[in-house]
Ligand binder design. Sequence first.
Ligand code: ZN
Length: 277
Amino acid sequence: MIMNILTFDIEEWYTYGTGSGTIDIKSSSRLEGYLDQLLNLLEHKKYLATFFVLGAIARSHPHILKKIANAGHQIGCHSDIHQWLTNFNRADFFKDTNKAIFSIEEIIGKKVVCYRAPAFSITEKNKWAFEVLHQFGIEYDCSIFPADRDFGGFPDILQDAPCIIEYNGIRIKELPIGVSKVLGKRIAYSGGGYFRLLPYFKIKKMILARDYNMTYFHLRDFDIEQSRKLNLRYFKNYYGINGSWNKFLKLLNDFEFVNIEAATKRIEWDNVPVVKI
Ligand SMILES: [Zn+2]
C-alpha cells in the first residue's frame, strides 16, 4: 500500500542549533509569514496534514494553533520548548511533556495522540521516553530516525516503515522517518535540510522507490526573508531555501498525501513488525 504522509513541525525559525530549547526573546516571530499561504494551498489541494506544535507556541500564539486546527488538520505535540530529549533526564522530560500536552489540549479541546521529539532525539540512551509518552496517552510516535545522526538517531531500529515499539511492557505505534542511501550515508530525504539541498528529480525518485514516505517540513524551510544567522549550521539551515517552495508545490502536485490520522487507519497494525528495544 502506498502511503505518503504530510507533516509539519511548527517552531520558530531560530529553534534549532544547540537543543537547549532556549526561547530567544530578542528574535521576532516569523510564524505567520508562510502559514496562511501553506494553509490555503492545503485547502486548495484538499489535503489534511499533521502539525506537530510546541507547547510554548500554543501559549504564545494560540490563534495560530486554532487556525490550523479549525482548518481540519491534526495537531500533534513537538515537546514544550524544543529541548532535545538527549538533554533531559526522565523527570524533566515528564514535566516538559506534561506542560506541552496540557497547553495544546487546552487550545484545541481535543486529546493529543501523536508526538514527535525535537530533532528526532529519542535514542538508545533515552528510550524511557516511550514509557513517559505512553503515560500521557500518546498512541503514535514519529520520533525515530532509523540511522546515525550528528546527535542521536536510532540506528538499531532498522525499520523505516510503520512498526510497533515494545519497551518495558508498553507498546507504541511508530511511524518513523524514511531514510534513503546517498553516497553511502542514510539520510532523510523527505523534509528539512535535505529536501532543500537535493534536486527535485532526486527526491521524486526516492519517494517513488518506496511505499511509505513520512515528510517533515518547517515554515522556515520556505521562508526566504528570514534573517540568516551565520553559524556552523549555516549551510544545512539555509541552502536551497529559495527554491524550496516551488519544490514543495511540485511535490504536492506529483503525489497524494494524507495525515497521520488517516494513515493510521489504513495501516494493518496486526501485520507490522514488533520491535523490542
Ligand atoms: Zn523541531
